[in-house]
Ligand binder design. Structure first.
Ligand code: IMP
Ligand code: MG
Length: 181
């Protein structure tokens, strides 16, 4: 890939999880989800934009009738404080009552995004609510979180590729790269 040769100078990174390892793990998650939701009405609720590559691969590994929906979460820093207010959209047009909702995340870091999304979705009274994330950084969690399905657990490092960005770039890398410190 030319992208790698050129951008490696701008943003040095090394491959952390290669394509084959990702696709094998995504297939395993798909089988697990298929078994767990057999006979149920499943909705995959992707959290943009980081979910995009993972979700399109994962949905093709799930052998069930399912619907897909997307939401996005943005945080606005309030003043000079560390705290930020999370805005989830679009919530009003989603109809999730009585459905089995599986939130699909690319990565969970502090867990703030996941907590805000879970809070909003719970108000819609789904039949069940669980989460799948490709990557989890458990040592970075600031919240108590119960993530049912995890692709890989990684340390507190910044990663790009397979949907994940640095300044909106590198989402199209087919592997997970670890950015050099
Ligand atoms: P949170 O801290 O769990 O709320 O994560 C917030 C968002 O930060 C995630 O949904 C990602 O979009 C982004 N993020 C966190 N860690 C990384 C990373 O290592 N690479 C790229 N994006 C990240
Ligand atoms: Mg980002």
């Amino acid at each position: 890939m030319n992208l790698i040769k050129e951008d490696i100078r701008k943003l040095p990174f090394e491959i952390l999880i290669d394509q084959k390892t990702i696709s094998e793990r995504v297939a395993e998650l798909g089988s697990e989800i298929t078994a767990d939701y057999t006979g149920k009405k499943l909705v995959l609720l992707g959290v943009l934009k980081g979910c995009i590559v993972f979700m399109t691969d994962l949905m093709r590994e799930i052998d069930l009738l399912l619907e897909i929906e997307f939401i996005s979460a943005s945080s606005y820093k309030t003043g000079t404080k560390q705290d930020s207010n999370m805005t989830i959209s679009p919530v009003s047009t989603l109809s999730l009552a009585g459905k089995h909702v599986l939130i699909v995340e690319g990565i969970v870091d502090s867990g703030d995004t996941s907590v805000a999304i879970i809070e909003e979705i719970e108000k819609m009274e789904p039949a069940s609510l669980e989460m799948v994330t490709l990557l989890d950084k458990p040592t970075s969690h600031r919240n108590k979180l119960d993530i049912k399905y995890k692709g890989f657990t990684i340390g507190n490092k910044f990663v790009i590729g397979y949907g994940l960005d640095n300044t909106q770039l590198y989402r199209n890398l087919p592997f997970i790269g670890k950015v050099a410190d």
